[in-house]
Design a protein around this ligand. Structure first.
Ligand code: ASP
Length: 315
């Protein structure tokens, strides 16, 4: 038994020759966010607060496809979604179709804490955000030249895609992205404290060039996000495949009904259930195990455990 934390910044076809100037800032962001999470755990924050805090940081970081870095729909708009779940109580909250909320994950937590419901979307979710006084911003905050360029490329290729395309992220959002390289992805965090309490959180802008109104796996309890008394899971990759495979819940179900360890359960889902090339996940168990398998080329990921193990990797 011991605390543990894992986070991801998206899974996909990440080229192995990603140049250092594109790899290093993302690794630095993961390292920074991991440290924030570890410090929060050591300061005795609850796992729910830890995963919210870490995901907020990742949402504020334009290197990832959530919050500030969210990708665009086919209409050039942004529709963010997020989900948070407390393993002990199975309380959970989810949001979709957000156009102006700075931190979707915090709105998901408010849905969980302040409403009789689990999932609010589109106008209703935004009205709730205004009522709760959460920070909102002009949509131009998200609809940057860089994101417009990504959408253009996806349209030209006639593709709806996980945002793994490769082009550099300019330092400021005024500069259109030159062709070259970038790696963006959905973000997530799972955490367990030394009492075995678990929580999971996931946040995303979805897929580049997605249809307006499309909802992916991220906010779907049991698909992109799940936590119970055994484990907490956050998935990333092609949402439609993840929903079909009920990825996050299947990990928990294999532990619950078949007595598999966290690693066995997660490996089974990634290797046998989710189609190859579609899915990655991070998971922690009540006993402090961590696993981060994926069947894509790579997944931006990092973890730390109480016994001193830390890891940060892409491939
Ligand atoms: N799973 C997300 C979605 O389909 C995308 C991602 O993980 O990058 O919306």
């Amino acid at each position: 038994m011991g605390w543990a934390i894992a986070l991801h910044g998206g899974a996909g076809d990440i080229p192995k020759d990603l140049p250092p100037e594109l790899r290093e800032p993302r690794e630095a962001s993961l390292r920074y966010c991991l440290q924030i999470g570890v410090d929060a755990i050591k300061a005795q924050k609850s796992p729910l607060d830890v995963v919210e805090l870490v995901v907020r940081e990742l949402e504020n970081n334009p290197y990832f496809n959530a919050g500030r870095g969210s990708v665009l729909t086919s209409n050039g708009t942004v529709e963010m979604e997020a989900c948070i779940m407390d393993g002990n109580t199975k309380n959970c909250g989810a949001v979709s179709g957000l156009t102006a909320v700075v931190n979707a994950i915090s709105l998901a937590k408010l849905v969980m804490e302040k409403t009789p419901h689990i999932y609010l979307a589109f106008e209703g979710a935004e009205a709730f955000a205004r009522e709760q006084g959460v920070e909102t911003t002009d949509s131009s905050h998200f609809i940057t030249p860089r994101n417009i360029e990504r959408l253009k490329q996806a349209k030209e290729a006639n593709k709806v895609q996980v945002d793994y395309n490769t082009r550099p992220i300019p330092k400021d959002d005024k500069t259109p992205a030159p062709s070259g390289d970038s790696q963006l992805g959905t973000v997530g965090c799972v955490s367990v404290d030394s009492f075995g309490h678990l929580a999971a959180a996931t946040s995303t802008g979805g897929l580049v060039n997605k249809m307006v109104g499309r909802i992916g796996d991220t906010p779907i309890i049991g698909a992109g996000t799940y936590a119970n008394k055994l484990c907490a899971v956050s998935a990333t990759g092609q949402g439609e495949a993840i929903i079909r495979a009920t990825v996050a819940r299947d990990v928990a179900a294999l532990m619950e009904y078949k007595g598999l360890s966290l690693k066995e359960a997660a490996d089974y889902v990634i290797e046998e259930s989710a189609p190859r090339g579609t899915t990655g996940l991070i998971a922690v168990s009540a006993t402090g195990e961590v696993t981060m398998p994926f069947n894509t080329t790579g997944m931006f990921r990092a973890c730390a455990t109480e016994d001193g193990h830390t890891e940060l990797a892409i491939w």
